[in-house]
Design a binder for this molecule. Structure first.
Ligand SMILES: NC(=O)c1ccc[n+]([C@@H]2O[C@H](COP(=O)([O-])OP(=O)(O)OC[C@H]3O[C@@H](n4cnc5c(N)ncnc54)[C@H](O)[C@@H]3O)[C@@H](O)[C@H]2O)c1
Length: 358
């Protein structure tokens, strides 16, 4: 695979959150690119899990992102040139129950990663993963640009907005692009992706995993917020963005050390019920109801403006919503048939790389 001009070949890459849904896809892609991956995660967040199904080739370290001593020693020992920081408590609803854990893991965890980078000058690039939920959401329905104000109603969104402020503070104070090549050699960027979906997500309280579970166990799906609009995208879309961003940072392109949105095209930003209706067509017989139970607050409109990534990074979404949902269905059928899921994921990555745009 020559994508990314072989920049990841034999590169030592630290991925935090490597045992999670997105982390596993990233590790599989990095393995295909010939990178030497060091993974750092507290545990495997779900059972079953994509990580256990595919076993990406990596040094598999299980430790807490809040164990600063351990994190520093791992970085010192393995000397990665780039870090993709994904470790987080990523669920909005759980953040209402595990509020302090969410703030500790997401906010202090991110500060720990950046502080460890400060102490280890050989790191050339950091891509820190936040979310589309970092924006101050007044529910106007407009698509957020990277320059819009940060905010956060629920603890998860607030924690990720806080991460953005911390990332920008470290960048301004210690890794300022004005001083790049003089006092430091590290470029730091953040990436804000939309609602990521794809094969192998077994998380609780997410629409697609809940739909798949309902199909697998012949149960009726209960959906909440049917009119809530989200920027749905296949997991390979933001992962390709993270890798492109990382490649540019590794190449010393300092103008890329900033914040980036990675979302779908406007036409693919749909509401929850529209997504479920498409899935019900692909899986005839699947049924759903709308829950009547009162739910904790979640944003109603969430749309991302991706013009900056398209124009400057030359990144474009490749799979539209129909292709994305069909890929998830293909993945799920292979899983039901007990196929080799690493092969299935690798094939999907290859297909994704071949698609120009659909
Ligand atoms: N899935 C989405 O729709 C989505 C959208 C936007 C952004 N994100 C962000 O992408 C990243 C990955 O999300 P995901 O969906 O793969 O989540 P996930 O729950 O599948 O994975 C989370 C990973 O973080 C690790 N982790 C959690 N707490 C930790 C701790 N204290 N110390 C070390 N590791 C810890 C877990 O072990 C796991 O490897 C997160 O930062 C999330 O906020 C996700």
């Amino acid at each position: 695979m020559t994508m990314f001009n072989n920049i990841y070949k034999n590169k030592k890459v630290l991925v935090t959150g490597h045992t999670g849904f997105k982390g596993t896809w990233l590790c599989l892609w990095l393995e295909m690119l010939g990178a030497k991956v060091i993974g750092y995660s507290i545990d495997i967040p779900t059972k079953p899990s994509l990580f256990e199904l595919t076993k990406p080739k990596c040094v598999d370290i299980r430790a807490d992102i809040n164990d600063f001593k351990k994190l520093k020693s791992v970085i010192k020992k393995y000397k990665p040139e780039i870090i993709f920081h994904l470790a987080a408590q990523p669920l909005v609803r759980l953040s209402y129950e595990e509020t302090l854990n969410t703030f500790n893991t997401n906010v202090i965890g991110t500060a720990n990663v950046l502080e460890a980078v400060k102490e280890n000058k050989f790191i050339k690039a950091v891509v820190a993963i936040t979310t589309d939920k970092v924006y101050l959401n007044n529910e106007t329905g407009k698509a957020f640009k990277e320059t819009d104000s940060l905010g956060g109603y629920d603890p998860y969104s607030a924690s990720k907005a806080a991460c953005e402020i911390i990332i920008s503070s470290y960048r301004d104070s210690f890794f300022n692009i004005k001083d790049y090549g003089k006092t430091h050699k590290t470029l730091i960027a953040s990436a804000r992706a939309g609602n990521v979906i794809g094969g192998g997500d077994f998380a609780k309280d997410r629409l697609i995993p809940d739909f798949i579970k309902a199909v697998l166990f012949a149960k009726k799906l209960e959906i909440r917020s049917p009119q809530a609009i989200r920027p749905w995208q296949h997991v390979l879309e933001p992962i390709s963005g993270y890798l492109m961003l990382g490649a540019n940072l590794l190449n010393g392109k300092k103008q890329f050390a900033t914040a980036w949105n990675f979302g779908p095209e406007k036409k693919d930003t749909k509401n929850v019920e529209q997504i479920v209706r498409i899935l019900c067509k692909i899986f005839p017989g699947a049924k759903y109801t709308v829950t009547k139970t009162k739910q904790p607050h979640e944003a109603h409109y969430l749309k991302l403006d991706i013009s900056k990534a398209k124009k400057e990074l030359k990144w474009v979404p490749r799979w539209n919503i129909n292709t994305t949902l069909n890929k998830i269905v293909d993945w799920t059928k292979s899983y039901q048939q007990k196929k080799d899921m690493k092969k299935v994921c690798v094939e999907q990555i290859k297909e994704f790389c071949k698609t120009k745009k659909c």
